[in-house]
Design a protein around this ligand. Structure first.
Ligand SMILES: *[C@@H]1O[C@H](CO)[C@@H](O)[C@H](O)[C@H]1NC(C)=O
Ligand SMILES: CC(=O)N[C@H]1CO[C@H](CO)[C@@H](O)[C@@H]1O
Length: 482
């Protein structure tokens, strides 16, 4: 493997690691305070109390409800993914229809409990959480968007349709998502006014900007231009949206996504079969979910784009106080892993190569029978993993089960602090590579966000937090580390 990865056996040490990380955090915050008088940070305290934390919860990973209650002091805003908004042309009286809601009565009791102040098991006061369900525009055609954008009557119809639900259910606000939010600033201004008049908050979901960095060169001709054009479209809507939005939830997860990413041509020999296919963009490799650098680039891009004084050709009637626009950007962090079916190809010859057997490991060499460790393999030296099929998200609990069952070698990516491992899966008929979030990788991203926030002289619009997608896919270890 490349330098910067190290061999590490999770199975025996995973618990020790989590404990030592927690300990390291405690020691660090003590040192940073430089004040021996201060009491020890309790283990439940947030690592970054200055960052707003939003947690998404979905009906399809229902463990999220309970996890939110156990770790409720880790959150400020909870967004259950419950509502869809439809453009219903057949009924002119109700042009916009909201569907969905809490799946059952227990969900209603759950969110009402979270809206009340409470006490932790140690007797500490727990503040009420804000419940802001997600409303997503579902199945909208280009024509539906067009009609909304150019018709002020419809801005108010949409705002009222959503607000009626918020009012009836006593929510604290909403998270708004659509496929073309960058074009909806006027309509969102009306929605924001309606919600703010009622004391509710508006969180707006935004696509991240893609900054392929060194991989930019590898993108064929106008692909790079298209990425830049889309980035511009997203960022140009920011000055206006920033005036009416309480928070943005930036989708900085799925950096690599189900399709993997294009293999870097530098990594493979040009003359090989795989090199030629790579030159045409036909070979894809798995990649990490997110990276601190990418999150930082996004945060800085969004902060700078939302400053009205730097906005091109835009005119504003008023300039809000700086603190009104602070703490707006909640950077998405994945609480799930990603699972990619792979095979291995030699970087030089491009030939398919088989994994190297590494077991039994020396300390287990004498063990036999059912106690003996499973045979393990690692990616061969000088080979690259290539996607056999699309990747898919995998929950932290499923990852733990695979770790328990397979006892694979786990490798660390520097400097992200992200981990991955490969294993041979009978069910998936071949090798699978899994990228997994860890307390350490979450911590690296949060430190990065915290660092940008502290730099508020350079960025007067600075202010940020995190948006966790999503709590039901997470594990207790991950939530404890927030
Ligand atoms: C705007 O939308 C309303 C409600 O659907 C509709 O009655 C009206 O005709 C529309 N106005 C225009 C100019 O299309
Ligand atoms: C932004 C990015 O892609 N970061 C890391 C991705 O993963 C590779 C290894 O697969 C690292 O080398 C990069 O730093």
């Amino acid at each position: 493997m490349a330098a910067g990865t190290w061999r590490w056996r999770v199975h025996e040490r995973v618990f020790t690691l989590f404990c030592s990380l927690l300990l390291a955090t405690l020691v660090q915050s003590q040192q940073a305070d430089g004040d021996a008088q201060k009491p020890l940070t309790p283990p439940n305290a947030r690592r970054h109390p200055e960052l707003t934390v939003l947690g998404y919860v979905t009906p399809w990973n229902s463990a999220g409800n309970e996890l939110v209650e156990i770790y409720r002091d880790k959150f400020d805003i909870i967004s259950p993914v419950w509502y869809t908004v439809h453009a219903d042309e057949t009924n002119p009286e109700h042009t916009y229809e909201v569907r969905g809601g809490p799946p059952n009565g227990q969900d209603v009791e759950w969110y009402k409990r979270l809206q009340q102040p409470s006490k932790s098991s140690e007797g500490a006061d727990l503040k009420p959480l804000q419940i802001a369900p997600r409303f997503i525009l579902d199945g909208w055609s280009q024509d539906d968007y067009h009609k909304l954008v150019f018709n002020e009557t419809r801005w108010h119809l949409l705002a009222d349709a959503i607000h009626n639900v918020v009012k009836d259910m006593s929510f604290d606000g909403i998270v708004f998502e659509s496929g073309a939010t960058y074009a909806l600033a006027p309509s969102l201004t009306a929605l924001s006014a309606t919600l703010h008049d009622a004391g509710k908050i508006l969180v707006v979901v935004m696509q991240p900007v893609r900054t392929p960095g060194e991989r930019f060169d590898a993108l064929a001709g106008n692909q790079a231009q298209m990425v830049e054009a889309l980035n511009d479209v997203i960022l140009q809507s920011l000055p206006q949206l920033a005036l009416v939005t309480d928070f943005f939830s930036i989708m900085t997860y799925d950096m690599t996504g189900p399709g993997g990413r294009e293999i870097s041509r530098r990594d493979v020999s040009e003359d090989s079969k795989i090199g030629k296919a790579a030159a045409q963009g036909n070979v894809r490799e798995p990649g990490p979910n997110t990276s601190a650098d990418w999150v930082r680039e996004n945060l800085v891009a969004f902060i700078e784009a939302s400053d009205p004084s730097t906005a091109n050709g835009q005119f504003f009637d008023f300039r809000p106080e700086d603190d009104q626009v602070a703490r707006k950007f909640l950077m998405g962090q994945p609480l799930y892993g990603y699972k990619y079916p792979v095979f291995y190809a030699d970087k030089i010859s491009g030939k398919i190569v088989q994994p190297t057997a590494v077991d039994p490991s020396p300390e287990h060499a004498m063990m036999t029978g059912s106690a003996a460790p499973k045979p393990r393999h690692r990616a061969p030296e000088g080979a690259k993993p290539i996607l056999r099929a699309g990747g898919e998200p995998i929950t932290a609990r499923e990852i733990r089960d695979i770790l328990d069952e397979q006892n694979p070698e786990v490798f660390k990516l520097e400097p992200e602090g992200e981990y991955y491992f490969d294993y041979d899966s009978k069910k998936d008929k071949g090798y699978t590579r899994i990228f997994l979030p860890t307390p350490e990788s979450l911590g690296v991203v949060q430190n990065t966000i915290g660092g940008v926030v502290e730099d508020d002289l350079q960025y007067p619009f600075g202010g940020a937090g995190i948006a966790l997608w999503e709590v039901g896919q997470s594990s207790e270890e991950l939530l404890a580390s927030i």
